[in-house]
Write a new protein. Structure first.
Length: 272
């Protein structure tokens, strides 16, 4: 790929641009001063949503609008489709790409909690070859990935959710649609005979890097989701937030809100 050759040649002094909804702001603010911008929006392989027998693959240059309207994503990864439909304004959804949303590594990125609960993998290419890793391993710190300067995220893949699996995505923002999420929650839930057969939970904008809420998942796993158990799980969600982010001025606000958001998200999934 010519883009890989250019990244290699510029030795960290080049930036990849696709939708540009985050990068252009950084350029205007002087946060980025690259010698070269490499536009990858016309690389056809990066603009596809593809289906295999077991997986859905999304190219890094697929826009949020395309994800939100994709029949494949709606059927097999609805939690991601729902999140993509709520990102920014229609103009931003039409320009912004899933790859850019990931690589920007904002803790508030709307697509990251859904991708965490979908157990998504990332395909990365460079002049040195290809590698595929669990998506969560790409994140090093807020707004920072561990990609090398010459690597490009080209594709995200996740296993299809079966028809019996329920999902939910909810977000809280300062105002509708246009604002970054103050908090979000994504849930994938499978019930069997009134008990939780499988549950995956991820909260956005409450931990430094995207992750699953494994403690809360363990509490609910294999149990009927009654009120007392849900209370125990929601406390574990806020405990995880505090353990990962520390106690901050916003903690007194965020802890009860993320608990309430979790309960709403779980009830929404149970009602599907």
């Amino acid at each position: 790929m010519e883009a890989c050759d250019l990244l290699w040649a510029y030795e960290g002094r080049a930036k990849i641009i696709a939708g540009g909804t985050d990068l252009v702001i950084g350029l205007r603010n002087g946060d980025h001063l690259p010698q070269c911008l490499i536009d990858i929006t016309r690389i056809e392989e990066l603009r596809r949503i593809e289906e295999s027998e077991e997986t859905i693959s999304i190219g890094a240059c697929v826009t949020h609008s395309e994800i939100a309207s994709s029949p494949l994503v709606k059927e097999y990864g609805k939690v991601l489709s729902d999140a993509a439909s709520e990102i920014g304004s229609p103009q931003i959804r039409n320009l912004g790409t899933i790859g850019g949303n990931i690589i920007n590594a904002s803790p508030a990125a709307d697509t990251l909690p859904p991708l965490m609960v979908l157990d998504a993998n990332a395909k990365v290419v460079s002049k040195e070859g290809k590698r595929e890793v669990p998506l969560f391993q790409l994140f090093q710190a807020p707004y920072e990935t561990n990609l090398k300067y010459h690597e490009i995220l080209v594709q995200i893949t996740f296993k299809k959710l079966s028809r019996g699996i329920r999902t939910s995505f909810l977000r809280v923002a300062r105002r509708e649609a246009m604002a970054l999420a103050r908090m979000s929650i994504a849930i994938v839930l499978q019930m069997e005979k009134g008990r939780v057969e499988d549950i995956r939970i991820s909260a956005g904008a409450v931990t430094p890097t995207p992750q699953r809420m494994s403690g809360a998942e363990a509490i609910l796993q294999g149990e009927p989701p009654g009120d007392e158990l849900i209370k125990k799980a929601l406390r574990k969600v806020s405990e995880t937030m505090i353990q990962q982010s520390g106690i901050r001025p916003s903690t007194s606000y965020k802890a009860p809100v993320v608990e309430a958001l979790f309960v709403r998200g779980l009830r929404k999934a149970l009602e599907e």
